[in-house]
Write a new protein. Structure first.
Length: 211
């Protein structure tokens, strides 16, 4: 019964206006964990981030791809520096806005991440260093990574960039997204990689998506 209810709520949230979709998502508390927890459940990545924050006095934290604000809330625990997080999807934006409403010193902005990065680069509140950037806005056909990196390189002088879903050669413990090769005009191939409780890496079947 629970799985059927989850399916119905998910289908309804997908077609509902952003605020209503976010409200429907709140009926499923498990969604707050996102894809397995902060940094998509990547324990080694989380350890590396903790080490970086212990070693570097970051003046500001910038996240793209807020999603459920799971990683956002973890970053809030790691630093007292101001955090700005960017989300383009209305459903996830309103969900995250509700979730972070009681958190201190977190700004949530809605919009396309490269454009938002260029905008906040002109704001002295955010254009300071060293800055920590966590880039996780890429999904399916929307891959703004190059534009994000360009905006960062042009707008900031002192920064660290962590890119989500990257592949680390010879270390399958770092799972990643593979968007595959060209699949035709407006189309792409994608598969998901994940690690189970025993540390084994699994891959979903490649799927072809078209805009």
């Amino acid at each position: 019964m629970t799985s059927i209810l989850d399916w119905v709520l998910e289908r309804a949230a997908r077609v509902a206006p952003g605020q209503l979709g976010a409200a429907l998502d709140e009926l499923r508390p498990g969604l707050a964990e996102g894809f397995g927890g902060p940094f998509n459940g990547q324990e080694r990545r989380l350890d590396a981030v903790r080490d970086m924050f212990a070693a570097i006095p970051f003046a500001v934290v910038v996240e793209t791809g807020t999603f459920r604000a799971t990683t956002t809330m973890l970053l809030r625990d790691l630093t007292a520096a101001p955090i700005v997080t960017v989300e383009v999807n209305p459903r996830y934006y309103y969900y995250a806005r509700r979730r972070i409403s009681q958190a201190q010193n977190i700004s949530l902005l809605r919009g396309n991440s490269p454009g938002v990065l260029r905008s906040i680069a002109a704001d002295a509140k955010w254009n300071c260093g060293p800055a920590f950037f966590y880039l996780d806005a890429h999904w399916r056909a929307d891959l703004p990574l190059v534009a994000e990196l360009t905006a960062i390189a042009q707008g900031w002088r002192s920064y660290v960039v962590l890119i989500d879903d990257f592949r680390v050669p010879d270390d399958p413990g770092y799972t990643y997204d593979d968007y595959g090769e060209y699949a035709g005009p407006g189309c792409y191939w994608a598969r998901r990689a994940w690690r189970d409780q025993d540390g084994n890496v699994h891959y979903s079947r490649p799927r072809r998506f078209c805009n």
